[in-house]
Design a protein around this ligand. Structure first.
Ligand SMILES: [Zn+2]
Ligand SMILES: [Zn+2]
Length: 225
């Protein structure tokens, strides 16, 4: 590791400061989400649980996000490259304050057969990028939650990035049919993604998992856009 440090010195992904992946001043610029919201109406909700009147049978049951997707987090995520990802997330794990993560404890009160499912990339996207950020984030959350990471979903088609589609209906149509569930879906699943914006991707994933037999599907994301 020492040789590696010499060859590739650590630098802050936010400002370039040498020696750490996230320096104290950039860490301070991250904004923890204080009030969780219902994924469907975006109004406050205890622990991000979906309001009874907001969902249907195939909905996401609750969503927890850790940080706001502010300019600092945007830069950090953009600068995480494949070569760095494992080390970066290991370092982040040590830096995130316990209070920020403490709301994850609510998952520990849920049935113990929960599994962590990172939102997959399609094969093409994966080959293009070389890694799936959601998988690393899944591993990061696993350090707090200790549930197994599973691979129940396949991402099928190549579709334009969500951010390029501005209206809500377009986003919904855009995500339709993008996932296939494998046989033997676990009953209780936590979907993990990096950033939740409209939420249409996780909503679609929840629908597919529930059709395949999942009972409860929760969402855990690093950031809320
Ligand atoms: Zn910095
Ligand atoms: Zn609601």
């Amino acid at each position: 590791m020492f040789i590696l440090d010499l060859l590739f010195p650590k630098f802050c992904l936010g400002c370039g400061y040498i020696g750490v992946y996230l320096c104290p001043s950039c860490l301070k610029k991250l904004e923890p989400v204080k009030q969780d919201v219902c994924l469907y109406c975006k109004k406050p909700s205890l622990l991000g649980l979906t309001h009874v009147n907001c969902g249907n049978k195939l909905n996401v049951d609750g969503m927890i996000t850790i940080y706001r997707y502010n300019p600092m987090l945007k830069i950090i995520i953009k600068n995480i490259k494949y070569r760095l990802a494992v080390q970066v997330w290991n370092d982040f794990y040590k830096m995130i304050s316990p209070e920020v993560i403490s709301k994850l404890d609510c998952y520990k009160n849920l049935p113990s057969d929960l599994v962590i499912q990172p939102i997959p990339l399609s094969k093409n996207k994966f080959n293009e990028r070389g890694f799936n950020q959601a998988s690393f984030i899944g591993t990061f959350f696993q350090k707090f939650l200790h549930f197994p990471i599973v691979n129940l979903l396949t991402r099928n088609t190549e579709v334009p990035a969500q951010a390029q589609i501005k209206n809500k209906k377009g986003r919904y149509l855009n995500t339709k049919g993008i996932f296939t569930a494998t046989q033997g879906v676990n009953p209780n699943v936590i979907l993990v993604d990096d950033i939740i914006t409209s939420g249409s991707t996780v909503k679609e994933a929840a629908k597919i998992l529930k059709r395949a037999g999942a009972k409860k599907v929760y969402v855990l994301a690093l950031a809320m856009g």
